[in-house]
Design a protein around this ligand. Structure first.
Ligand SMILES: Cc1cc2nc3c(=O)[nH]c(=O)nc-3n(C[C@H](O)[C@H](O)[C@H](O)COP(=O)(O)O)c2cc1C
Ligand SMILES: [Mn+2]
Length: 487
């Protein structure tokens, strides 16, 4: 059974044991220097980093914790991501029991599911210390890039409740530090946090907010996952982990936070207080400009006795967040397939920043099928942000971008195969003429059928006969061809 990590330090200790964490004792500045070191480390396939001597601060900084496929899988409590995908598939296919004996057989499973729900506890390590008066001054918040508007908290899990239903939401939204008691709250307009804020604003009320840093390593991932609006990220995190997350009441707001968090920042956002936020070197690889966003007012800061400040940087891909995006690509394929069973696989290349490009393999069933898949995806949660969807046939390995380029460039006739659509675009998009609305492109690179107006007979791809391959396999070692040397 793989280990299920209930807090950050347990995970860091595990990574250190595996040679996957480096402690840095050399003094390093949180102003740009940590970014440069982290970016080089992630791009080079390097380890998680724990900066123990951050200039001007006594608190250590953990970064690049999720910066490899293996560490990302471990953070989810599995050895390989496929094991987590299998758990999700099992949940999706959980059929209602038919008979009484089948029902009895399900009882242990139901108990397991109950064990995954969040549990309220009376006290937690995240409240061992109370910073009085509340202040962010001691947090080693990074200024990431030269033109950034200031220091940004980049990996806070932001908790709110729907003012209407009380349902919890958790999302990772960046927070620009304005001063020791106020920050920005970068709730992009399409996100659930922003929706909660607008509902409160319509009622003329402020909204209570809590921000957790650290905690079970599954938590920041769950907070970035594109869940349906009313699905509680803490339930999802507990499900992924196979064990419920322990939650403790906040001190100044009516919210609960993970008891095992490293640091908790409590506060509120008023309905009438938006301020310029940014610029920020974003995950697109470009700066996002100064724009008005809500202001977060801090009412309490609590922490462990010896807290670790967990953060990340974004920038020109690939960066650490690419591995969070990769986990989403894998874990949400079963959900996509629930809506679209014809989808065989999908690839969201890291260079396209989660959503600029999706490559989808389908088992085509009818003429025009590829266009149907595009439109369905543009209507599916955060897939609405996809500026380009490429649809290929099921026999194309979409994980191999080289193969995709071969197939797509050969298969398309531009006038016939291009689908243009309009609608919302990501708030970070800088290409659309105006913010938030723009156009999207679908490319149907499937083999065309006569019913689709193609009468020339689609050519087969070239494959060698299996018996010839077998004969060559048998003689290969005697041929004296060293392929490694040839490269
Ligand atoms: C490192 C990182 C930083 C992010 N920063 C923001 C942000 O500032 N604003 C935002 O709206 N989304 C941001 N996101 C994306 C959201 O976390 C993501 O869209 C999530 O699904 C939102 O959850 P929600 O659907 O509950 O709103 C960030 C993601 C990552 C990985
Ligand atoms: Mn959500």
């Amino acid at each position: 059974m793989p280990q299920r990590f209930m807090d950050l330090r347990q995970f860091l200790a595990f990574l250190e044991e595996r040679g996957e964490l480096v402690r840095i004792r050399h003094p390093v500045s949180p102003y740009l220097e940590i970014t440069e070191i982290a970016a080089r480390t992630t791009k080079g396939g390097g380890p998680a980093l724990l900066f123990e001597n951050v200039t001007g601060f006594s608190m250590p900084v953990a970064i690049n914790v999720y910066g490899s496929e293996q560490r990302m899988a471990w953070a989810l409590g599995v050895e390989r991501i496929a094991d987590a995908v299998a758990r999700i598939e099992e949940l999706i296919h959980l059929a209602p029991p038919a008979s009484f004996t089948e029902k009895l057989g399900m009882l242990p499973r139901l108990k397991q599911i109950a064990d995954m729900l969040p549990r309220s506890v009376k006290s937690g390590p995240c409240q061992e210390e109370v910073i009085d008066p509340a202040s962010l001054a001691h947090l080693p918040i990074l200024t990431c890039w030269p033109q950034d508007g200031g220091p940004f908290i980049t990996l806070g899990s932001v908790f709110t409740r729907s003012p209407e239903t009380g349902v919890r939401n958790v999302g990772v939204y960046r927070m620009q530090k304005f001063d020791d008691r106020t920050t920005g709250m970068h709730w992009q307009i399409h996100k659930v946090g922003a929706h909660h804020y607008r509902m409160a604003r319509e009622r003329g009320q402020q909204i209570e907010v809590a921000v957790a840093i650290g905690g079970p390593p599954v938590l920041p991932y769950a907070a970035t996952a594109p869940l349906p609006e009313d699905l509680d990220e803490i339930v999802f995190a507990g499900f992924l982990l196979g064990r419920g997350i322990e939650m403790v009441k906040c001190r100044t707001v009516d919210l609960e936070v993970p008891a095992q968090a490293e640091i908790v920042i409590e506060g509120f956002v008023r309905p009438d207080d938006e301020r310029p936020e940014g610029p920020f070197g974003d995950h697109t690889g470009y700066y996002t400009p100064l724009m008005d966003f809500p202001t977060f007012h801090v009412t309490a800061v609590t922490q462990r006795r010896d807290p670790i400040y967990q953060t990340t940087i974004v920038g020109r891909p690939p960066q650490e967040d690419g591995f969070l995006g990769w986990a989403t690509e894998r874990l949400f394929l079963p959900a996509v397939r629930m809506a679209l069973p014809e989808v065989v696989d999908m690839k969201l290349p890291v260079e396209a920043c989660f959503h600029n490009l999706a490559i989808i393999a389908i088992k085509k069933r009818y003429p025009g099928h590829a266009a149907k898949v595009m439109h369905a995806l543009w209507g599916l949660g955060q897939m609405m942000f996809c500026k380009c969807i490429i649809v290929v046939d099921h026999d194309v390995n979409v994980q191999d971008v080289g193969e995709v380029v071969w197939r797509v460039s050969n298969n398309i006739d531009a006038r016939r195969d291009l689908v243009l659509a309009e609608g919302p675009v990501d708030q970070l998009d800088h290409a659309s003429a105006r913010p938030l609305v723009g156009s999207k492109m679908g490319i149907d690179a499937t083999a065309k059928w006569p019913e689709e107006g193609y009468d020339r007979g689609w050519p087969p791809t070239i494959e060698m006969l299996p018996e010839v391959k077998a004969r060559v396999d048998a003689m290969w070692s005697e041929l004296g061809i060293d392929l490694r040397r040839a490269r």
